[in-house]
Design a binder for this molecule. Structure first.
Ligand code: ADE
Length: 540
């Protein structure tokens, strides 16, 4: 090839065998390039290829550089080798990086075919073409091009989220200045705590994390339980538990410091947001009142008081019975259920002390369950000790036979639900006993009213286990179709065999099926007895 590098005047193109010399006014050395125009090629466009062109030319002027173009359209693969002046466009493209010793292919898009081009200035440098490094950079470029928008989006989303959190925190903070902030959302909605996080199924929800205590003014005592006393109370102005949210008046369950374990258990069960239900007492917050050495549970207040008090002072209509009974069954079914009304998983809970004093009557004459002091989460978190100690708890009068005998199957969580259903049956019986639809209505009496005020486990065992005794269902009661159906359910619910009992959900559905019986109601309004002095009866 050196033979062709001479200094002379050539006009036009002179071919020497396979060598083309173009307009060779060679004042300085012109580039020598492969120059076959377009030819079919076996080069696959990957790795490196040696071009199959056997023509070499001295470029027409000393500015020109060597160019190779690899193209693939369908099965037609071609390689073009030329000299080209970089100041001029080639196929509409400006040559890039022609000051190369190697011809490194770069892919170009929008050329109507797969299109790679390289340019270089060394002698016959377009005889060997390299796809590899180019490909890598193309791949990197493609990755970058696709990743950059994603990264930008991610940065925007994170920044927006950050500012949203800051905004929420500021809002929470400004609320906190007026008073501690609490969450009063209900039902199926996602629950957002004051930190803005989803705490729909955590214990953290509803706990007053603020060091600032709610401004509360205690009013009269409305109840007394095993471990605590319950007070009606007023939330003073300025608290976030404001009038608009309907919590001007609240109930405070006050535990002395010594009953910490009881407060903690109730708080932990109660504060599970998934426990929320219209037939479960609405829990607001828990507080430690260091000065008074007390622990508080703050809940909604229901002026009609507990079901035992209500039945003591009122005769209920069939409609009232239906409302009270079906809402009670729905509350217990919700407690026992492993899913919320939205279908989200929840921990099933056993109440273990269902009785009329632990059920509150809401203004719409529906029930809500309260006093979760003995309640237990039926999940894997139960320790062996907890299980071992969970055999016999509750109020003897309302204890299922297997609980009285301490032969409850601790390994099966259904056993705890079955024991609750037994107690619920006694409460349903109490409601019927005060319903005008049964005919003559006697004074309120608790189930097994013939026994002394606080029967012990042994005497309950004699009645319930040995004698298989249950509260009486007189024939006169079942003249009413609805009452007859409820009594049939009650008898299934207090069966000696826990496995034979209905579930609370089933009882609730039976009530639903009876809705048409509304019209059969004999008396539509509850009759109020002359009020006696109201006091709360609670069995120890
Ligand atoms: N007795 C016990 N808890 C009560 C409450 N939340 N409202 C009214 N009376 C109650």
């Amino acid at each position: 090839m050196e033979l062709l590098r001479f200094s002379a005047f050539w006009c036009g193109t002179i071919l020497f065998g396979n060598i083309v010399i173009v307009d060779a006014e060679v004042m300085k050395l012109r580039t020598l390039c492969k120059f076959c125009d377009v030819e079919a090629t076996s080069c696959t466009g990957k790795g490196s290829c040696t071009v199959e062109c056997d023509r070499t030319s001295i470029c027409a002027n000393d500015e020109e550089v060597c160019v190779s173009i690899w193209r693939k359209k369908d099965d037609n693969v071609t390689l073009e080798t030329v000299c080209h002046h970089p100041a001029q466009k080639l196929y509409g493209l400006v040559l890039e990086d022609y000051n190369n010793s190697k011809c490194e292919m770069k892919e170009k898009w929008g050329m109507g075919s797969q299109f790679f081009i390289c340019s270089c200035t060394e002698e016959e440098c377009n005889a060997n073409i390299f796809f590899n490094s180019n490909m890598d950079s193309q791949v990197v470029a493609v990755i970058l091009v696709s990743l950059v928008p994603l990264l930008v989006m991610a940065v925007i989303v994170i920044t927006a989220f950050y500012f949203y959190r800051v905004y929420r925190q500021r809002q929470a903070h400004s609320k906190g200045k007026k008073g501690p902030s609490l969450d009063f959302s209900d039902g199926c909605a996602m629950i957002i705590d004051d930190e803005g996080s989803d705490s729909s199924s955590t214990h953290a929800n509803n706990l007053n994390h603020n060091t600032e205590l709610l401004p509360i003014e205690l009013d009269v005592q409305v109840g007394k339980g095993r471990f605590a006393e319950v007070y009606k109370a007023k939330l003073k102005q300025g608290s976030s538990v404001s009038k608009e949210q309907g919590f001007e008046t609240v109930a405070i369950k006050i535990f002395p410091y010594e009953e910490y374990a009881s407060w903690k258990n109730e708080k932990e069960v109660f504060s599970d947001a998934d426990l929320r239900h219209e037939n479960v007492l609405h829990f607001l917050t828990a507080e430690e009142r260091k000065v008074q050495r007390q622990y508080w549970l703050i809940t909604a207040y229901h002026p009609l008081g507990n079901l035992q008090e209500y039945l003591t002072h009122h005769i209920v209509s069939w409609l009232d019975l239906w409302q009270l009974g079906s809402s009670l069954a729905r509350g217990v079914a919700h407690l026992h259920s492993d899913h919320t009304s939205c279908g989200r998983y929840k921990v099933p809970i056993t109440h273990r002390d269902i009785k009329s004093p632990n059920i509150l009557v809401k203004s719409d004459l529906t029930c809500c369950l309260c006093d979760f002091g003995l309640a237990m989460r039926l999940d894997n978190s139960l320790s062996v000790d907890e299980l071992a100690n969970s055999g016999q708890v509750g109020t003897a009068r309302y204890m299922a036979p297997e609980v009285l005998e301490s032969r409850i199957n601790l390994e099966n969580i259904e056993s705890f639900k079955q024991a609750d259903v037994y107690s619920m049956a006694l409460v349903l019986w109490e409601i019927i006993s005060r319903c005008s639809a049964i005919g003559e209505v006697k004074e309120y009496e608790p189930p097994f009213g013939n026994l002394r005020e606080h029967p012990c486990v042994e005497s309950m065992k004699d009645s319930v286990v040995r004698d298989r005794g249950r509260p009486e269902i007189p024939n006169s009661w079942i003249n009413h179709t609805g009452i007859q159906i409820v009594c049939a359910s009650i008898e299934e619910c207090w069966d000696s065999d826990p496995e034979a009992r209905l579930t609370a959900q089933c009882v609730a559905e039976r009530f639903d099926d009876m809705e048409y019986l509304d019209k059969l109601s004999d008396r539509s309004d509850s009759e109020e007895k002359i009020p006696e002095e109201i006091f709360v009866v609670d069995e120890k």
